[in-house]
Write a protein of this length. Sequence first.
Length: 470
Amino acid sequence: MLFPTLDFLLFFLVMAAALAALDGRFAAKKAVLVAASYFFYAQWDWRFCFLLAGSTAISYIAGLLIGASHNPARRRVVLSIGIALHLIILGTFKYLDFLVLSANQLAHMLGLEHELPFFEVLLPVGISFFTFHGISYITDVYRGDVAMCRQPLDMALYMSFFPQLVAGPIVRAAYFLPQLARPSGEPIPVVAALMLIVGGMVKKVIIANYLATGLVDPVFAAPDNYGAPDLLLATYGYAVQIYCDFSAYTDIAIAVAALCGFRFPRNFNQPYRAQRLREFWQRWHISLSTWLRDYLYKPLGGNRYGRLNTYRNLMITMLLGGIWHGAAWKFVMWGALHGGGLAFERMSQPWLGQRPVSLVGRVVSWLIVFHFVCFAWIFFRAEDFTVASVFIRRLASGWNEPMQQAQPAMVALIAIGIAGQFLPPGSFERVGLALARVPYWGLGAATGIILAAINALGPEGIAPFIYFRF
């Protein structure tokens, strides 16, 4: 069930009516949301609801055992077992066949004829996201950052809440569980939610989908058929596509959660305006980058034990962040590029400084960071290393060939996507304040008309969100 569909609209309206009918009965509302979330997840494959329930049970029991114990050794054992169980589930479903393939390739290189059989395990949608939720919860209970959750219903809702279930953002237990303790007294931000939904639909249905079908998919499918100008345009196109696609999902998720009475943290903050690679990661998929920082980089030692250890920790963190995105060596390469870039940037900080001061310095820094990120996206988007190598080789040598894909619409969409990164801070809030004077019936009618227009302007069909596969 995809957000930009009539099926989801009907699902949400039925669920919202049920919540409205239960006004004042918070526990019953949470039970409805859990049931709705499992129904939402079952639309992909009902069998994986048992996997989600199992992951929830592991987190809940581990949290109770850690929270109830005052023995440090016992708490560490329970934490280790809980994390190990989550990683075993994730590894089995996401990485088992990748490990078999890698082992067979190594055996072939060594001249061995025997091959291991593939298990052909179906990848549950969103498994990486609810696994990270479970790991962060039991780790936070162990650290004392959040109290153990005593209510099974609250844990079930934290792990399964449908807006963020399949593609994030990764919401910390310390942020979400207190919202389940008692109803929020704050009014529902209807205007802001509707703005996020409309903006997300524009980014997904029009910008991301048109760039995918009209430029990115055909060029990346056969890069040897195109010259360097087309390949460069497709690289820019994918940078805009993945941003618009993923930020659209999280914007709509934040809005839907708000309409249900819950707050989610911001997940994107104009990442392509970054002038340092570190700044890019402070603006891109913020919930993942902070998760990697707090649960991987810092436990490894962070920057506390000298420069070499800091560079090592950055590389390990980004390598694992890369493999988290998918069971393929191309994601390892993508992570290695970012890890190496972050390490080099930190190494160069004594003479580069934190941020450039002059206008020329800021523009040059932005161009370097933007193009570095775009280059790394080639490995992220390409089908495999072979396609990526062909793409890069043609990008370096095919500048004498005519451009085939420079349709004005594609160039305009790329320009709009990049220009949006430089809107003045607070623009969203100022528009929201202006719209706050409009009555709700007018906002609802206008939103319906705009969404119908977006649906009519978009290409045929709705492509799944890119991050569903992670």
